[in-house]
Unconditional design. Structure first.
Lengths: 644, 160
C-alpha cells in the first residue's frame, strides 16, 4: 500500500518550484514556544515558561512537561494532576490562560535532572510542543537566557536593549543569527537589511546607552534568534539574546502591505488601533533613521503636505483613515501608523506610484476675484456611478463636508454613459475666507475612495493685498501654538511663487525704485517665512536623531540573505513521532509516557462510547454539530486554520 | 509489542529534481510549505539542496510526510463505525487551493476563488482541534433507555 501511495504521490505532484507565495517551513512548526535552554543551580530551582496561541481549545486542553528519553517523552507533570514518581513535591505546573502561557517549576535540582525536556499542549507530543534543554551547574552564577518574544503574525514587535552609559556613543545594532553569522537588520548608522526596509526603526531611549527596535508586519520568516548589541558583532561591545517566535492565532483580515497609487490621483490608508483610549495617533513616512511625521490627531499637518492629506477617525471599527492625494513620484515609500503607546499595534504600508489616469477630473487650480461667482467642478467616471460623491473643505487635519450638487439626471432611462457625471460646488459670491483647498471625493459603504484636490485662490486685483497676506500670517504665528496648519495654508498661498510674480505683474503704475523696494521687501518676508517654516518643520517633525556618520561594517553581515529555518520544531521530528505513542486514536492501550496517567480513561473515551459518561457532563453546553451522520460530519476544508 | 501499538507511520519521501532556474538568494535554506492538510495529516515541503553529484547544481528536494492514524474510524464522528482500513491520498486534491484570494482590478478589490470543485466534502482521518465532535449513545437509567449526547473531543467543546 505504501509503495502504491508513493507512486501515486509522485505522479501527481505539481512541478512548481518553491516560491514566495508558499508559506515558509516556520508556518507549520509548533506554535508552542518557550526557552530553548534554561539553567539551574544544583539544589536550586528553575522555572520554565511556555507560550501557546490563546485559542479556546488550547486554553482548556491539558498542558504537560515531559522528559525525552529513548522510548519517548515521559510525562513529569501535567495539568490533569499527574506528577511522575521521582518528582512528587518538587515539580509543579501552572496554567495561566489569560497570559497565554503556562509555567513549570522544578526545585531541588540534581545533576541527573540535566537533559532535554518538552513543554506542550494536548495529549501527545505531536505538533504542539517545544523542546527545552535544562542545564544544571554547581554555580556560582548561571548564564542568563535569551529574552523571549511571542508575537502574533502580522503584528508589531518592540524590543528594548540597555547596555549602560558607557556605551552611549557606540554603534547600536540588531542582527539575526544565521548559519553564516549574525545578519545585520538595523543599526544606528542607518543600515537596514533589505528584507526589513520600511518596517523597522531603531530609536534611542531616555536612558543613556539604551535603545529600542520596532519591527512591524512580523512574518513567519521573522521567527528566530536575534542579538541586539553595541559595537560590532563578534569584534567588540556587548550583545543580548532575543528569541522571537511568531504564531498565528486566527485569520484576521490584514491591511494590505502594499498600496498602489496612480500619479496625480489619491490613495487611502487604513490604520487599525487596538485600544479605545484616546492616545496620540500619528502617521509618518519612514526613513532610515526615523519616521517623519506627516499628520497627527492633535491637529498637526506637515507643511509639505498642506492640502494633500487628511485623517478621518472611525471609532466604531477602531480604524483611522488617511487620504493622501496629488500623488507624485516622490511619495513612493513606506508609511507608518503610529501611536505613542508601547503596546499598540503599529503598521507599515508601502506605497507604490504608477502612471495612469486619475478617476476624478476637474480644474485643479482656480483663481477668482472677491465677490464673483465660481463653480468647482468634479467629473467622475462610470466606475464611481453608484458611489456617494462629496465636496469638502480641507482644513486642520480633516476635510469638512460642503453642500454640493450632483448633476446626475433622475429617471429610469438615464444610464451612466449618457448621464452628466459631474458634482459641482458653487459659491455665489466668493469671499476672502473661501480660499483654500477643496476636495472632491467618492465614498462607498463608509469606505473612503479616491479624492481630487482643488486649490481656490481668491484675489482682489490689487497689489498690496498679497503683501498684507504674508504679513498677517507671519505676525500671529509664533504666538499661536496649536493651530499652525490653517495659518500655514494661508502663508503658503501667499508666499507661493505664482502669487508673488503675479503681484509684480499687476503693478504697472509703480515706479522702478518702489518696485525694487517692494521686491526686496517680498524677498525678506519670503526669507523670514521660510525660516519660520523650516524651524517649525524641524521642531514638529518626529525625527529620531541617530548618528549620521558611517563606518565600516564587515560585509558578512550583508551577504546572508537567507533565513535559518526555525529550529523550534524539533519535537515534530519524524523519528519522534513514530516513537511517541499516546494519540487520539488509542483506544485500549495508552502510550508509554501516558500509561501512568490518571487521565487515561478520559482520553480513551474518545472512541469508546461506553466510557463517554465523563464527557456526558458537558452535554448541557450548547454543542452544535452533534449529528453523527456519515461523511458530512467531516470538518470543513480550511487546513491553515487548524492548530496543531 | 509497543511498536505494534504505534498509531502513526511517518513517511518521508525525497524526490530529487534538477533545478532549472532559481534565485540563489531565495534558494538557500528556505523550506516552503506546499501542502499542510491537517484533515488527512499530510504535509509537503520543498527546498533546494546542493546536488551530491554536482556541487554547482542545486536540486529541489520535496519532503512528503503522511501520518496515518491507524486507529481512526471510518467516520471520525461515530466511534461505533468500523476501523478505517483504506487511506486515500490524492495529491491533486491535497494541492488544491480553496482559500479565496483578494485581487485588485481597476482599484477595486474582488474575492477570487483559486480552484474549482472546492465545495465537495472532504473525508477527514483525524479531528480538527478547533471543532467540537459529539455523538449520541444509549444510556440506560432505571430501566429506561435514553439517547444521550456525548462529547468526543472535550477540550474543543467549551462554550467560551
Amino acid at each position: 500500500m505504501t509503495l502504491l501511495a508513493f507512486t501515486f504521490l509522485l505522479a501527481f505532484l505539481p512541478t512548481e518550484s518553491a516560491s514566495s507565495k508558499y508559506l515558509p517551513k516556520a508556518a507549520i512548526s509548533s506554535p508552542v514556544f518557550g526557552p530553548r535552554q534554561v539553567y539551574g543551580l544544583l539544589n536550586g530551582s528553575v522555572t520554565v515558561k511556555c507560550f501557546y496561541p490563546p485559542t479556546s481549545v488550547n486554553r482548556h486542553d491539558r498542558k504537560y512537561w515531559c522528559r525525552e528519553s529513548a522510548t519517548g517523552c515521559m510525562t513529569i507533570v501535567s495539568t490533569s494532576g499527574y506528577t511522575a514518581p521521582g518528582y512528587k513535591g518538587r515539580a509543579s505546573i501552572t496554567d495561566d490562560p489569560q497570559a497565554e502561557s503556562f509555567q513549570i517549576h522544578i526545585s531541588e535540582l540534581t545533576m541527573a535532572d540535566a537533559g532535554t525536556y518538552q513543554c506542550g499542549v494536548g495529549i501527545n507530543s505531536r505538533g504542539l510542543c517545544h523542546k527545552v534543554s535544562l542545564d544544571v551547574s554547581k554555580g556560582p552564577h548561571v548564564p542568563e537566557g535569551a529574552e523571549l518574544f511571542y508575537v502574533k503574525l502580522h503584528s508589531t514587535l518592540t524590543m528594548s536593549c540597555s547596555f549602560g552609559k558607557d556605551y552611549e556613543s557606540w554603534r547600536k545594532f540588531l542582527c539575526k543569527m544565521e548559519k553564516k553569522g549574525c545578519r545585520n537588520i538595523i543599526d544606528s548608522y542607518g543600515n537596514v537589511d533589505k528584507d526589513y526596509t520600511g518596517r523597522t526603526l531603531l530609536s534611542n531611549e531616555d536612558l543613556p546607552g539604551s535603545f529600542s527596535v520596532v519591527i512591524t508586519q512580523m512574518g513567519w520568516e521573522d521567527s528566530g534568534l536575534y542579538l541586539c548589541g553595541v559595537g560590532v558583532y563578534g569584534e567588540k561591545g556587548e550583545t543580548k539574546e532575543l528569541d522571537v517566535h511568531v504564531y498565528e492565532e486566527s485569520h484576521v483580515p490584514q491591511g494590505k502591505p502594499t498600496i498602489i497609487g496612480v500619479k496625480e490621483s489619491s490613495v487611502t490608508f487604513e490604520c487599525r488601533y487596538d485600544s479605545l483610549k484616546n492616545s496620540s495617533k500619528y502617521w509618518c513616512k519612514w526613513r532610515k533613521n526615523g519616521c517623519a511625521r506627516i499628520i497627527d490627531n492633535s491637529g498637526y499637518v506637515s507643511p509639505l503636505y498642506e492640502g494633500r492629506v487628511a485623517m478621518f477617525d472611525n471609532p466604531d471599527n477602531k480604524t483611522i483613515t488617511i487620504i493622501l492625494n496629488q500623488l507624485k513620484d516622490s511619495d513612493k515609500g513606506y508609511y507608518w501608523c503610529m501611536t505613542d503607546e508601547e503596546k499598540e499595534q503599529q503598521s507599515s504600508t508601502e506605497l507604490e506610484i504608477i502612471d495612469g489616469q486619475p478617476g476624478l477630473k476637474g480644474e485643479k487650480d482656480v483663481e477668482v476675484q472677491v465677490g464673483s461667482r465660481v463653480d468647482l467642478t468634479c467629473s467622475y467616471p462610470c466606475k464611481y456611478y453608484s458611489y456617494q460623491k462629496y465636496w469638502c473643505k480641507w482644513g486642520g487635519i480633516s476635510c469638512t463636508p460642503m453642500p454640493a450638487s450632483d448633476q446626475k439626471q433622475p429617471g429610469p432611462d438615464v444610464t451612466c454613459d449618457t448621464d452628466n457625471k459631474t458634482v459641482i460646488l458653487s459659491f455665489d459670491s466668493v469671499t476672502k475666507s473661501d480660499k483654500g483647498w477643496y476636495w472632491c471625493g467618492v465614498k462607498r459603504n463608509g469606505l473612503w475612495g479616491e479624492t481630487m484636490a482643488v486649490q481656490l485662490r481668491v484675489t482682489e486685483g490689487r497689489n498690496a493685498d498679497h503683501n498684507l497676506d504674508v504679513l498677517n500670517v507671519d505676525n500671529p504665528n509664533p504666538a499661536e501654538s496649536g493651530f499652525i496648519p490653517q495659518g500655514r495654508a494661508y502663508s503658503d498661498a501667499g508666499v507661493d511663487s505664482p502669487a508673488a510674480s503675479e503681484s509684480s505683474d499687476q503693478s504697472p503704475n509703480v515706479s522702478t525704485i518702489s518696485a525694487v523696494s517692494v521686491a526686496g521687501a517680498i524677498l525678506i518676508i519670503l526669507a523670514a517665512a521660510f525660516a519660520v517654516f523650516k524651524y517649525r518643520q524641524l521642531k514638529r517633525s518626529d525625527l529620531v536623531s541617530i548618528g549620521s556618520y558611517r563606518t565600516n561594517i564587515s560585509m558578512s553581515d550583508f551577504e546572508s540573505g537567507k533565513e535559518y529555518s526555525a529550529t523550534n520544531n524539533a519535537c515534530v521530528k519524524e523519528t519522534q513521532e513514530t516513537q511517541i505513542g499516546g494519540d487520539e486514536f488509542v483506544t485500549t492501550a495508552a502510550a508509554p509516557e501516558s500509561a501512568a496517567e490518571t487521565k487515561k480513561a478520559k482520553r480513551s473515551s474518545k472512541e469508546d462510547a461506553d466510557l463517554a459518561y465523563s464527557t456526558f457532563l458537558l452535554t448541557s453546553n450548547s454543542i452544535a454539530q452533534g449529528d453523527a451522520r456519515g461523511d458530512s460530519a467531516a470538518p470543513d476544508v480550511s487546513p491553515p486554520n487548524w492548530e496543531g | 509489542m509497543k511498536s505494534s501499538l504505534l498509531l502513526c507511520v511517518a513517511l518521508a519521501v525525497s524526490s530529487g529534481l534538477i533545478l532549472v532556474a532559481g534565485d540563489p538568494q531565495d534558494s538557500e535554506n528556505k523550506e516552503h510549505v506546499l501542502v499542510n492538510n491537517k484533515c488527512q495529516c499530510v504535509t509537503v515541503t520543498s527546498k533546494f539542496v546542493p546536488s551530491k553529484e554536482n556541487p554547482d547544481e542545486e536540486i529541489l528536494e520535496r519532503n512528503i510526510r503522511i501520518l496515518v492514524p491507524l486507529k481512526a474510524r471510518e467516520n471520525i464522528s461515530d466511534p461505533m463505525s468500523p476501523l478505517r482500513t483504506t487511506f486515500v491520498y490524492r495529491m491533486t486534491e491535497l494541492c488544491k487551493k480553496c482559500n479565496p484570494v483578494e485581487i485588485e482590478l481597476g482599484g477595486e478589490i474582488y474575492q477570487a476563488q483559486q480552484s474549482t470543485s472546492c465545495n465537495e466534502p472532504e473525508t477527514c482521518y483525524t479531528y480538527n482541534r478547533d471543532k467540537c465532535y459529539t455523538t449520541t449513545f444509549p444510556f440506560i437509567y432505571h430501566g429506561e433507555t435514553r439517547d444521550v449526547k456525548a462529547v468526543l473531543t472535550p477540550a474543543s467543546c467549551y462554550a467560551d
